[in-house]
Design a protein around this ligand. Structure first.
Ligand code: SF4
Length: 355
């Protein structure tokens, strides 16, 4: 099925574009300085779309300023108020997230849709398990996945009957099976629309990362998902980094270098964690898709990490450095670390020259 493309600012979503990574500001729009700081951090992390809660009309000037400031396109998140939707569009915000069914009367929704058309604003619509109405749950016989599909369809119809097409669809649930099945069912019917995917409120730390990774992997492997957010009880930058790692692990998209490191065992001859910590700032500057390995011993390390472009492994006397599976230097730890830094710097320089 040919996928439509929508354009938010300069960002294409859907069609043949890569799966996009987005996040949401976790500070209020009333604190513009803090919002700008998070935008800066998100921009540095590679984030491509940022949602921002827009709960009050008094914040429209802040939204306007942030839209002008942000190098990343913004999406204003709006609940239950068509005036907020109109104000967000008038402020220059290139996309909004709302439920058309919550936008007041039919003519008030007409106004929102007309203004969105005039300004080429993209609208993300969707359903969330937390806000399903009793009617919809009853009409789906308590099947939450089907209820989510019905809820999305109702929203979609409201836009399509007004001939609005620049739409992103989403369906979310904290219950993984409902989230996955509703997206699957929606993709069968509306797979030509771009999909935003995410496992909502997936939790803190490792729990959230595992839950999101399992759910998103299932969807992405079926070709569902054009833009994703990893919802974590963590910083927005952690969400973005996790999103890119999920895409990298699935072989969908490279962002930054890959670190291959062994789990260590009784044969280890180097403190892997300390080496990774020391070299991480340098490693992170390596090109997209570059494979850097840190292995515990020289007997198995270079072999186990032969896919690596560059790596080190512990030895009885220090470290060995290997490139493309071949050992190129062997010596004491400090000497090898210095040599490794020089090699990484030369790769950085080559990268800059090639830009
Ligand atoms: S590379 Fe060496 S230390 Fe690391 S897991 Fe393999 S055998 Fe153990």
């Amino acid at each position: 099925m040919k996928k439509r493309t929508v354009k938010i600012g300069n960002l294409n979503i859907g069609g043949s574009s890569p799966v996009r990574i987005e996040s949401m500001l976790k500070v209020p729009l009333s604190d513009l300085r803090a919002c700008k700081e998070q935008i800066d951090q998100l921009w540095a992390s590679g984030c491509e779309l940022v949602r921002v809660a827009f709960p009050d009309i008094s914040l429209v000037d802040a939204l306007r300023q942030l839209t002008t400031y942000s190098p990343i396109p913004l999406m204003a998140d709006i609940h239950f108020n068509f005036r907020l939707a109109l104000a967000a569009i008038e402020s220059g915000c290139p996309s909004i997230r709302l439920n058309p069914g919550n936008m007041g009367t039919s003519s008030e929704l007409d106004n929102v849709v007309d203004l969105a058309k005039q300004n080429r604003v993209v609208i993300r619509i969707g359903a969330n398990s937390g806000s399903l109405s009793r009617d919809i749950l009853e009409s789906s016989n308590g099947d939450a996945a089907k209820a989510l599909v019905i809820a999305v369809e109702k929203q979609l119809e409201l836009l399509l009957e007004r001939d609005f097409q620049d739409i992103i669809l989403s369906s979310k649930s904290t219950r993984l099976s409902d989230c996955l099945r509703s997206n699957y069912l929606l993709a069968q019917k509306y797979g030509d629309f771009p999909f935003h995917i995410g496992i909502t409120e997936s939790g803190p730390g490792i729990r959230g990362v595992v839950k999101s990774s399992c759910g998103l992997a299932f969807l992405l492997f079926q070709g569902i998902g054009d833009t994703l957010r990893v919802s974590l009880t963590d910083t927005p930058v952690s969400e973005v980094k996790t999103g890119f790692e999920i895409l990298r692990t699935l072989g969908i998209r490279d962002h930054g270098p890959e670190i291959i490191s062994c789990p260590t065992c009784g044969r280890k001859r180097a403190d892997i964690q300390a080496i990774i910590k020391e070299f991480l700032p340098l490693i992170e500057e390596l090109p997209d898709g570059f494979k850097f390995a840190v292995m515990g011993c020289e007997v198995n390390g270079p072999g186990e990490a032969k896919a690596a472009d560059l790596g080190i492994a512990g030895t009885a006397g220090g470290l060995v450095i290997f490139r493309n599976g071949e050992v190129i230097a062997d010596g004491q730890t400090d000497e090898m670390k210095t040599m490794l830094k020089k090699i990484i710097h030369s790769i950085h320089n080559d990268q800059k020259m090639g830009q």
